[in-house]
Design a protein around this ligand. Structure first.
Ligand SMILES: C[S@@+](CC[C@H](N)C(=O)[O-])C[C@H]1O[C@@H](n2cnc3c(N)ncnc32)[C@H](O)[C@@H]1O
Length: 230
């Protein structure tokens, strides 16, 4: 893991991780709706006994949202940060029975033919080459036609508007109740440390990895989400 990235360092810090569940909602407009939309999109194509791969599963929030709605689904959740996996166990409670957690990266995920896959709020930590490689490895673990939902930070990178979108990201967090100092810290972190592309480029990377029928389903300030198929 890249320890120079303050966000990735945070996921290894048990004290910071203890506050993680409060984190995403103010910073990600429509966070709960993202989980509902993800569920709707996966449910269109996944069977009642689906085997679902969740990459970047730390914290367990999307695992909880999906597992609670689908008692017949079984999940493999992969994440390199042990404290985030420990939090996922606490978040899931009895739903843990539906989930196998794996500490590591995509390469550590079983080479099953999964019925669906999800990667939320994670791919922006990977540079272009690693993102492409990771996406190809996800695809290799999906049965043909299986749905994949990816959602992460992605917004226009033209210098004329990039700063404006970052200000809107912070302003939304403050309007939704985040501590202004924390919102500013997050804005700076996003501006300087994560791997950002124009949404068109992000979509092109999904296609380059081999996914087909890639469609944007969610756009919220600095965030985008896509549904694609193996
Ligand atoms: C912002 S959290 C998102 C967690 C969860 N998906 C959610 O939406 O709440 C990003 C997660 O990605 C994990 N992560 C970082 N690099 C990763 C990689 N290369 N592969 C898989 N997960 C990674 C981090 O450890 C962290 O748990």
């Amino acid at each position: 893991m890249d320890d120079s990235n303050p966000f990735l360092k945070m996921f290894q810090d048990p004290e910071a991780v203890a506050r993680y569940a409060e984190g995403p909602p103010p910073f990600v407009p429509g966070f709960d709706a993202l989980h509902r939309m993800t569920d709707v999109l996966l449910s269109e194509a996944a069977p009642a006994d689906a085997h679902v791969l969740v990459l970047g599963a730390g914290g367990g929030l999307e695992l909880k949202a999906l597992a609670s709605r689908h008692p017949g689904w079984r999940f493999v959740g992969v994440d390199p940060a042990r404290p985030m996996l420990d939090l996922a166990v606490r978040t899931l409670g009895p739903l843990s029975a539906q989930v196998e957690l794996v500490e590591g990266y995509i390469d550590d995920a079983p080479e099953n033919q999964f019925d669906a896959a999800v990667c939320l709020l994670t791919l922006h930590f990977l540079d272009r080459a690693e993102r492409l490689r990771t996406l190809k490895e996800i695809l290799r673990r999906l049965r043909p036609g299986a749905p994949f939902v990816a959602a992460h930070s992605s917004f226009p990178q033209d210098p004329a508007v990039r700063g404006l979108w970052l200000s809107r990201y912070a302003a939304h967090a403050i309007a939704a109740g985040a501590d202004p100092a924390l919102a500013e810290q997050a804005r700076q972190g996003v501006e300087t440390t994560i791997h950002l592309f124009d949404p068109e480029e992000d979509e092109a990377i999904l296609r380059e990895a081999g996914f087909r029928d890639v469609s944007l389903f969610w756009a919220a300030f600095t965030w985008r989400g896509w549904i694609a198929y193996a």
